[in-house]
Design a binder for this molecule. Structure first.
Ligand SMILES: [Zn+2]
Length: 180
């Protein structure tokens, strides 16, 4: 009888939170882009338009901070790509050339090591920096890594141990060979 139940439809959990955070991000990006565009075109003496630009930018900051709150309270993980484009300090959406500058640093001796390249994204509003290593190959996840030679020999050794316990002679030789 219980088996007659229709199978549960497996949708995306917390779908409403995802759509909300997506909307907030898109709106914040849109407003940031428009505020920056107005900043660039606007004459310095037009006080009225600067007011709207300011409010646009404030709204963008508010939306981005709402986005952080939605993800925190709803325990929705924001994608790393998304997090990289939001300033941690002032919540500005970082758009290269508009609200952020991108430079490449290399602090190796003479900048010879190409794998030491670090992309530095600086927020032009508050000056805080995000640093992303781009030259270095990212280390594989632990589960995906191949065991190294040392680890393999260790695991073989531990597999042998139970048999060596059976003969006391071998145990003493083992103890002699290992220092300490
Ligand atoms: Zn900032």
């Amino acid at each position: 009888m219980a088996k007659d139940k229709p199978p549960k439809t497996k949708g995306v959990p917390n779908k409403h939170l995802h759509s909300r955070s997506t909307f907030l991000y898109q709106a914040a990006t849109y407003l940031t882009l428009h505020a920056a565009a107005l900043d660039a075109n606007e004459a310095p003496d037009s006080a009225q338009s600067s007011g709207t630009t300011g409010s646009r930018h404030r709204l963008a900051l508010q939306l981005a901070s709402d986005l952080q709150n939605v993800s925190r309270k709803g325990q929705v993980r924001l994608s790393s790509e998304l997090k990289r484009t939001i300033c941690k300090t002032c919540n500005t959406v970082l758009i290269p050339g508009r609200t952020a500058t991108q430079t490449i640093e290399n602090e190796s001796k003479g900048g010879k090591k190409s794998w030491a390249d670090v992309l530095v994204v600086m927020c032009t509003l508050c000056g805080s920096k995000k640093r992303f290593p781009i030259g270095a190959q990212r280390q594989e996840k632990k589960s995906e890594r191949q065991p190294t030679q040392a680890q393999r020999s260790l695991s073989e050794k531990s597999a042998e141990e139970p048999t060596s316990i059976a003969s006391p002679m071998q145990m003493t030789t083992d103890q002699d060979s290992t220092p300490g």
